[in-house]
Ligand binder design. Structure first.
Ligand code: GMT
Length: 377
Protein backbone atom coordinates (compact mmCIF):
# COMPACT_ATOMS: atom_id res chain seq x y z
CA UNK A 1 0.00 0.00 0.00
CA UNK A 2 1.07 3.61 -0.57
CA UNK A 3 0.32 5.57 2.58
CA UNK A 4 0.76 9.22 3.54
CA UNK A 5 1.36 9.77 7.26
CA UNK A 6 0.68 13.23 8.66
CA UNK A 7 1.98 13.92 12.18
CA UNK A 8 3.78 16.35 14.45
CA UNK A 9 7.51 15.86 13.92
CA UNK A 10 8.55 16.98 17.40
CA UNK A 11 9.38 15.08 20.60
CA UNK A 12 6.00 13.87 21.83
CA UNK A 13 3.99 10.69 21.85
CA UNK A 14 1.82 11.13 18.78
CA UNK A 15 4.78 11.91 16.52
CA UNK A 16 6.73 8.98 17.92
CA UNK A 17 3.83 6.56 17.37
CA UNK A 18 3.26 7.85 13.82
CA UNK A 19 6.96 7.58 12.95
CA UNK A 20 7.47 4.10 14.43
CA UNK A 21 4.29 2.92 12.72
CA UNK A 22 5.47 4.27 9.37
CA UNK A 23 8.91 2.71 9.73
CA UNK A 24 7.49 -0.72 10.58
CA UNK A 25 4.99 -0.51 7.71
CA UNK A 26 7.90 0.31 5.39
CA UNK A 27 9.82 -2.72 6.71
CA UNK A 28 6.80 -4.79 5.78
CA UNK A 29 6.99 -3.52 2.20
CA UNK A 30 4.55 -0.61 2.19
CA UNK A 31 5.52 2.74 0.65
CA UNK A 32 5.34 5.43 3.34
CA UNK A 33 5.28 9.18 2.80
CA UNK A 34 5.69 11.35 5.91
CA UNK A 35 4.19 14.77 5.27
CA UNK A 36 4.92 17.39 7.91
CA UNK A 37 6.80 20.65 8.55
CA UNK A 38 10.14 19.13 9.52
CA UNK A 39 11.71 15.69 9.53
CA UNK A 40 10.23 13.66 12.43
CA UNK A 41 12.78 13.30 15.24
CA UNK A 42 12.70 9.51 15.23
CA UNK A 43 13.00 9.34 11.44
CA UNK A 44 16.73 8.79 11.09
CA UNK A 45 16.95 7.01 7.78
CA UNK A 46 15.07 7.49 4.55
CA UNK A 47 15.04 4.67 2.00
CA UNK A 48 13.15 3.44 -1.05
CA UNK A 49 10.06 2.83 1.07
CA UNK A 50 10.34 5.83 3.39
CA UNK A 51 9.87 9.30 1.96
CA UNK A 52 9.65 12.64 3.71
CA UNK A 53 7.95 15.66 2.16
CA UNK A 54 8.35 18.95 3.94
CA UNK A 55 5.44 21.35 4.20
CA UNK A 56 6.67 24.90 3.72
CA UNK A 57 4.70 27.91 4.83
CA UNK A 58 6.20 31.03 3.29
CA UNK A 59 6.35 34.07 5.58
CA UNK A 60 4.24 36.96 4.39
CA UNK A 61 3.96 40.24 6.33
CA UNK A 62 0.17 40.32 5.96
CA UNK A 63 -0.19 37.04 7.87
CA UNK A 64 -0.21 37.35 11.62
CA UNK A 65 -0.69 33.55 11.69
CA UNK A 66 0.88 31.48 8.92
CA UNK A 67 -1.78 29.32 7.19
CA UNK A 68 -0.22 25.88 7.88
CA UNK A 69 -3.43 23.89 7.24
CA UNK A 70 -3.67 25.42 3.77
CA UNK A 71 -0.07 24.54 2.93
CA UNK A 72 -0.49 21.03 4.36
CA UNK A 73 -3.65 20.27 2.41
CA UNK A 74 -2.07 21.57 -0.81
CA UNK A 75 1.01 19.44 -0.19
CA UNK A 76 -1.19 16.40 0.43
CA UNK A 77 -3.01 16.97 -2.87
CA UNK A 78 0.27 17.29 -4.78
CA UNK A 79 1.92 14.25 -3.17
CA UNK A 80 -1.15 12.02 -3.59
CA UNK A 81 -1.18 12.83 -7.29
CA UNK A 82 2.60 12.56 -7.77
CA UNK A 83 3.13 9.29 -5.87
CA UNK A 84 -0.32 7.78 -6.42
CA UNK A 85 -0.82 7.55 -2.67
CA UNK A 86 -3.81 5.37 -1.78
CA UNK A 87 -4.55 6.41 1.81
CA UNK A 88 -4.07 9.29 4.26
CA UNK A 89 -3.37 8.45 7.89
CA UNK A 90 -3.47 11.58 10.03
CA UNK A 91 -2.26 11.54 13.63
CA UNK A 92 -3.65 14.11 16.06
CA UNK A 93 -6.95 15.68 15.03
CA UNK A 94 -5.80 19.32 15.14
CA UNK A 95 -5.26 20.49 12.46
CA UNK A 96 -4.36 17.31 10.62
CA UNK A 97 -7.84 15.78 10.24
CA UNK A 98 -9.13 19.15 9.12
CA UNK A 99 -6.37 19.61 6.52
CA UNK A 100 -6.76 15.98 5.43
CA UNK A 101 -10.48 16.47 4.83
CA UNK A 102 -9.79 19.56 2.69
CA UNK A 103 -7.25 17.58 0.67
CA UNK A 104 -9.81 14.79 0.18
CA UNK A 105 -12.35 17.30 -1.14
CA UNK A 106 -9.87 18.92 -3.53
CA UNK A 107 -8.85 15.50 -4.84
CA UNK A 108 -12.48 14.44 -5.20
CA UNK A 109 -12.99 17.44 -7.46
CA UNK A 110 -10.35 15.94 -9.73
CA UNK A 111 -11.95 12.50 -9.68
CA UNK A 112 -9.60 10.99 -7.05
CA UNK A 113 -11.27 9.38 -4.04
CA UNK A 114 -8.85 8.75 -1.21
CA UNK A 115 -9.75 7.39 2.25
CA UNK A 116 -8.60 9.09 5.43
CA UNK A 117 -7.89 7.36 8.75
CA UNK A 118 -7.68 9.68 11.77
CA UNK A 119 -5.92 8.57 14.95
CA UNK A 120 -6.82 10.45 18.12
CA UNK A 121 -3.93 10.70 20.56
CA UNK A 122 -5.06 12.54 23.67
CA UNK A 123 -4.63 16.25 24.10
CA UNK A 124 -6.26 16.77 20.68
CA UNK A 125 -9.41 15.58 22.49
CA UNK A 126 -8.97 16.13 26.22
CA UNK A 127 -7.16 19.48 26.36
CA UNK A 128 -6.87 21.44 23.14
CA UNK A 129 -9.56 20.02 20.86
CA UNK A 130 -12.20 20.43 23.49
CA UNK A 131 -11.70 24.20 23.60
CA UNK A 132 -14.76 26.06 22.18
CA UNK A 133 -12.46 27.80 19.65
CA UNK A 134 -11.70 24.45 18.00
CA UNK A 135 -14.58 22.16 18.94
CA UNK A 136 -16.82 22.57 15.85
CA UNK A 137 -13.88 22.01 13.48
CA UNK A 138 -12.61 19.01 15.46
CA UNK A 139 -16.08 17.43 15.64
CA UNK A 140 -16.57 18.01 11.92
CA UNK A 141 -13.23 16.55 10.86
CA UNK A 142 -13.57 13.46 13.08
CA UNK A 143 -17.04 12.81 11.67
CA UNK A 144 -15.77 13.30 8.12
CA UNK A 145 -12.88 10.83 8.54
CA UNK A 146 -13.49 7.49 6.86
CA UNK A 147 -12.17 5.59 9.88
CA UNK A 148 -11.24 6.81 13.35
CA UNK A 149 -8.99 5.12 15.86
CA UNK A 150 -8.07 6.02 19.43
CA UNK A 151 -5.02 4.85 21.35
CA UNK A 152 -6.99 3.64 24.39
CA UNK A 153 -10.50 2.76 25.54
CA UNK A 154 -10.32 5.69 27.94
CA UNK A 155 -9.66 8.12 25.08
CA UNK A 156 -12.53 6.61 23.08
CA UNK A 157 -14.86 7.15 26.06
CA UNK A 158 -13.61 10.72 26.52
CA UNK A 159 -14.15 11.46 22.82
CA UNK A 160 -17.77 10.33 23.03
CA UNK A 161 -18.27 12.29 26.25
CA UNK A 162 -16.79 15.53 24.90
CA UNK A 163 -17.87 15.51 21.24
CA UNK A 164 -20.92 14.54 19.26
CA UNK A 165 -19.24 11.79 17.25
CA UNK A 166 -21.31 9.71 14.85
CA UNK A 167 -18.41 7.64 13.52
CA UNK A 168 -17.37 4.33 15.03
CA UNK A 169 -14.06 4.68 16.96
CA UNK A 170 -11.80 1.64 16.92
CA UNK A 171 -9.34 1.28 19.80
CA UNK A 172 -5.87 0.41 18.51
CA UNK A 173 -3.43 0.72 21.42
CA UNK A 174 0.03 2.15 21.06
CA UNK A 175 2.83 -0.33 20.60
CA UNK A 176 6.48 -0.96 21.23
CA UNK A 177 9.26 -2.56 19.25
CA UNK A 178 10.76 -5.08 21.64
CA UNK A 179 13.38 -6.57 19.35
CA UNK A 180 15.63 -3.52 19.63
CA UNK A 181 15.98 -4.11 23.38
CA UNK A 182 19.01 -6.32 22.96
CA UNK A 183 21.69 -6.60 25.57
CA UNK A 184 24.18 -3.79 25.15
CA UNK A 185 27.49 -4.69 26.83
CA UNK A 186 28.26 -1.01 27.47
CA UNK A 187 25.15 -0.40 29.67
CA UNK A 188 27.03 -0.91 32.95
CA UNK A 189 29.58 1.62 31.77
CA UNK A 190 26.90 4.24 30.91
CA UNK A 191 25.25 3.61 34.27
CA UNK A 192 28.42 4.15 36.23
CA UNK A 193 28.83 7.60 34.68
CA UNK A 194 25.40 8.62 36.00
CA UNK A 195 25.24 7.07 39.45
CA UNK A 196 27.13 5.15 42.09
CA UNK A 197 26.60 1.41 42.23
CA UNK A 198 24.46 1.58 45.38
CA UNK A 199 22.20 4.34 43.98
CA UNK A 200 18.82 3.55 42.39
CA UNK A 201 18.21 5.38 39.12
CA UNK A 202 14.79 6.97 38.68
CA UNK A 203 13.76 8.52 35.37
CA UNK A 204 11.08 10.79 33.94
CA UNK A 205 10.75 11.55 30.22
CA UNK A 206 8.30 14.06 28.76
CA UNK A 207 7.86 17.42 27.11
CA UNK A 208 7.62 19.12 30.52
CA UNK A 209 4.18 20.57 30.03
CA UNK A 210 1.85 21.35 32.94
CA UNK A 211 -0.16 18.20 32.28
CA UNK A 212 2.90 16.11 33.31
CA UNK A 213 2.86 17.57 36.87
CA UNK A 214 6.63 18.04 36.95
CA UNK A 215 6.70 19.42 40.54
CA UNK A 216 5.08 16.13 41.70
CA UNK A 217 8.04 14.23 40.26
CA UNK A 218 10.47 16.33 42.27
CA UNK A 219 8.35 15.87 45.43
CA UNK A 220 8.21 12.08 44.98
CA UNK A 221 11.95 11.92 44.42
CA UNK A 222 12.60 14.18 47.41
CA UNK A 223 10.91 11.61 49.68
CA UNK A 224 12.65 8.66 48.02
CA UNK A 225 16.16 10.08 48.33
CA UNK A 226 15.65 10.70 52.05
CA UNK A 227 15.22 6.93 52.50
CA UNK A 228 17.57 5.36 49.95
CA UNK A 229 20.53 6.48 47.82
CA UNK A 230 19.09 7.56 44.48
CA UNK A 231 19.50 9.76 41.40
CA UNK A 232 16.77 11.33 39.25
CA UNK A 233 17.16 11.62 35.47
CA UNK A 234 14.87 14.29 34.01
CA UNK A 235 14.78 13.87 30.22
CA UNK A 236 13.06 16.35 27.90
CA UNK A 237 12.34 20.02 27.66
CA UNK A 238 9.34 22.29 27.95
CA UNK A 239 7.70 25.13 29.86
CA UNK A 240 7.93 23.50 33.32
CA UNK A 241 11.63 22.61 33.19
CA UNK A 242 13.11 25.78 34.66
CA UNK A 243 10.66 25.80 37.57
CA UNK A 244 11.69 22.22 38.33
CA UNK A 245 15.38 23.17 38.31
CA UNK A 246 14.70 25.92 40.85
CA UNK A 247 12.61 23.56 42.99
CA UNK A 248 15.52 21.10 43.14
CA UNK A 249 17.79 23.91 44.32
CA UNK A 250 15.29 25.02 46.97
CA UNK A 251 15.07 21.46 48.25
CA UNK A 252 18.86 21.09 48.17
CA UNK A 253 18.77 18.04 45.89
CA UNK A 254 20.31 19.62 42.77
CA UNK A 255 23.31 17.28 42.95
CA UNK A 256 21.04 14.27 42.78
CA UNK A 257 18.96 15.41 39.79
CA UNK A 258 20.25 15.47 36.23
CA UNK A 259 18.36 17.51 33.63
CA UNK A 260 19.25 16.15 30.20
CA UNK A 261 17.04 18.25 27.91
CA UNK A 262 15.72 16.55 24.78
CA UNK A 263 17.60 13.39 24.00
CA UNK A 264 17.89 10.89 21.19
CA UNK A 265 19.35 8.40 23.65
CA UNK A 266 16.12 7.45 25.40
CA UNK A 267 16.84 3.73 24.99
CA UNK A 268 20.27 4.05 26.55
CA UNK A 269 18.89 5.98 29.55
CA UNK A 270 16.02 3.53 30.06
CA UNK A 271 18.36 0.56 29.83
CA UNK A 272 19.97 1.48 33.16
CA UNK A 273 16.86 2.95 34.84
CA UNK A 274 15.35 1.23 37.92
CA UNK A 275 12.03 3.08 38.13
CA UNK A 276 10.00 5.39 35.89
CA UNK A 277 7.74 8.21 37.18
CA UNK A 278 4.66 9.45 35.31
CA UNK A 279 2.27 11.24 37.72
CA UNK A 280 0.40 13.10 34.92
CA UNK A 281 -2.85 14.99 35.35
CA UNK A 282 -4.16 13.06 32.36
CA UNK A 283 -2.60 10.67 29.89
CA UNK A 284 -4.58 9.05 27.09
CA UNK A 285 -2.10 6.18 27.01
CA UNK A 286 1.34 7.03 28.40
CA UNK A 287 3.71 5.85 25.69
CA UNK A 288 6.73 6.89 27.74
CA UNK A 289 5.63 4.45 30.47
CA UNK A 290 5.35 1.65 27.92
CA UNK A 291 8.79 2.48 26.53
CA UNK A 292 10.18 2.20 30.05
CA UNK A 293 8.39 -1.11 30.69
CA UNK A 294 9.85 -2.50 27.47
CA UNK A 295 13.24 -1.91 29.12
CA UNK A 296 12.03 -3.85 32.20
CA UNK A 297 11.49 -0.65 34.15
CA UNK A 298 8.53 -0.60 36.60
CA UNK A 299 6.32 2.49 36.61
CA UNK A 300 4.86 4.70 39.33
CA UNK A 301 2.03 6.63 37.69
CA UNK A 302 -1.22 8.38 38.33
CA UNK A 303 -4.38 6.40 37.59
CA UNK A 304 -5.82 8.93 35.15
CA UNK A 305 -7.00 8.38 31.57
CA UNK A 306 -5.56 5.36 29.81
CA UNK A 307 -2.71 4.72 32.28
CA UNK A 308 -4.51 1.77 33.96
CA UNK A 309 -4.68 0.12 30.51
CA UNK A 310 -0.86 0.17 30.31
CA UNK A 311 0.52 0.09 33.86
CA UNK A 312 -1.03 -2.72 35.92
CA UNK A 313 -1.36 -1.88 39.61
CA UNK A 314 0.81 -4.04 41.85
CA UNK A 315 2.26 -5.86 38.81
CA UNK A 316 4.22 -3.59 36.47
CA UNK A 317 4.25 -0.82 39.09
CA UNK A 318 1.67 1.11 41.08
CA UNK A 319 -1.03 3.69 40.32
CA UNK A 320 -2.32 6.45 42.62
CA UNK A 321 -4.78 9.31 42.45
CA UNK A 322 -3.46 12.41 40.69
CA UNK A 323 -1.46 14.53 43.14
CA UNK A 324 -1.08 11.85 45.82
CA UNK A 325 2.70 12.21 45.87
CA UNK A 326 3.06 10.65 49.35
CA UNK A 327 1.49 7.40 48.22
CA UNK A 328 3.51 7.47 44.98
CA UNK A 329 6.74 7.88 46.96
CA UNK A 330 5.83 5.06 49.38
CA UNK A 331 4.99 2.77 46.46
CA UNK A 332 8.27 3.64 44.79
CA UNK A 333 10.13 2.72 47.99
CA UNK A 334 8.19 -0.57 48.16
CA UNK A 335 9.55 -1.47 44.71
CA UNK A 336 13.08 -0.21 45.27
CA UNK A 337 13.62 -1.44 48.84
CA UNK A 338 15.39 -4.69 47.94
CA UNK A 339 16.89 -6.28 44.85
CA UNK A 340 14.52 -9.26 44.83
CA UNK A 341 11.36 -7.09 44.84
CA UNK A 342 12.80 -4.79 42.19
CA UNK A 343 13.72 -7.77 40.04
CA UNK A 344 10.16 -9.18 40.28
CA UNK A 345 8.65 -5.82 39.21
CA UNK A 346 11.18 -5.54 36.38
CA UNK A 347 10.18 -8.96 35.02
CA UNK A 348 6.49 -8.10 35.32
CA UNK A 349 6.97 -4.75 33.56
CA UNK A 350 8.56 -6.49 30.60
CA UNK A 351 5.90 -9.15 30.41
CA UNK A 352 3.10 -6.52 30.40
CA UNK A 353 5.00 -4.54 27.72
CA UNK A 354 5.06 -7.65 25.54
CA UNK A 355 1.27 -7.42 25.18
CA UNK A 356 1.91 -4.21 23.22
CA UNK A 357 4.48 -5.71 20.85
CA UNK A 358 4.35 -3.91 17.50
CA UNK A 359 3.98 -7.32 15.84
CA UNK A 360 0.57 -7.75 17.49
CA UNK A 361 -0.65 -4.19 16.88
CA UNK A 362 0.54 -3.44 13.35
CA UNK A 363 -1.77 -5.99 11.64
CA UNK A 364 -4.73 -4.11 13.17
CA UNK A 365 -3.70 -0.99 11.24
CA UNK A 366 -3.05 -3.00 8.07
CA UNK A 367 -6.54 -4.51 8.26
CA UNK A 368 -8.07 -1.08 8.73
CA UNK A 369 -6.12 0.33 5.78
CA UNK A 370 -7.34 -2.51 3.54
CA UNK A 371 -10.93 -1.83 4.61
CA UNK A 372 -10.46 1.90 3.98
CA UNK A 373 -8.99 1.45 0.51
CA UNK A 374 -11.75 -1.03 -0.39
CA UNK A 375 -14.36 1.61 0.52
CA UNK A 376 -13.50 3.62 -2.59
CA UNK A 377 -12.31 0.81 -4.91
O1 GMT B 1 1.49 14.30 26.13
C1 GMT B 1 2.49 14.23 25.42
O2 GMT B 1 3.60 14.03 25.85
C2 GMT B 1 2.40 14.43 23.95
C3 GMT B 1 1.13 13.90 23.36
C4 GMT B 1 1.21 13.94 21.86
O3 GMT B 1 0.19 14.01 21.26
O4 GMT B 1 2.28 13.89 21.25
O5 GMT B 1 0.92 12.59 23.84
C5 GMT B 1 -0.37 12.01 23.66
O6 GMT B 1 -0.26 10.96 22.71
C6 GMT B 1 0.60 9.88 23.10
C7 GMT B 1 0.69 8.88 21.95
O7 GMT B 1 -0.53 8.34 21.62
C8 GMT B 1 0.08 9.24 24.39
O8 GMT B 1 0.92 8.19 24.78
C9 GMT B 1 0.03 10.32 25.50
O9 GMT B 1 -0.54 9.73 26.65
C10 GMT B 1 -0.82 11.49 25.04
N1 GMT B 1 -0.74 12.57 26.03
C11 GMT B 1 -1.78 12.93 26.80
O10 GMT B 1 -2.88 12.41 26.74
C12 GMT B 1 -1.50 14.00 27.78
Amino acid sequence: MKIAIVCYPTFGGSGVVATELGLELARRGHEIHFITYSQPVRLALLNANVHYHEVNVPEYPLFHYQPYELALSSKLVDMVKLYKIELLHVHYAIPHAYAGYMAKQMLKDEGINIPMVTTLHGTDITLVGNHPFYKPAVTFSINKSDFVTSVSQSLKDDTHKLFNIKNEIEVIPNFIELDKNVNDPTIACHRSVMAKENERIITHISNFRKVKRIPDIIKIFYTIQKEIPAKLMMVGDGPEKEKAEYLCQELGIQDKVIFFGNSNEIDKILSYTDLFLLPSETESFGLAALEAMAWSVPVISSNSGGLPEVNFDGISGYLSDVGNTDEMAQNALKILKDDATLQKFKENALSVAKQFDIKNILPLYEELYKKAIKKYA
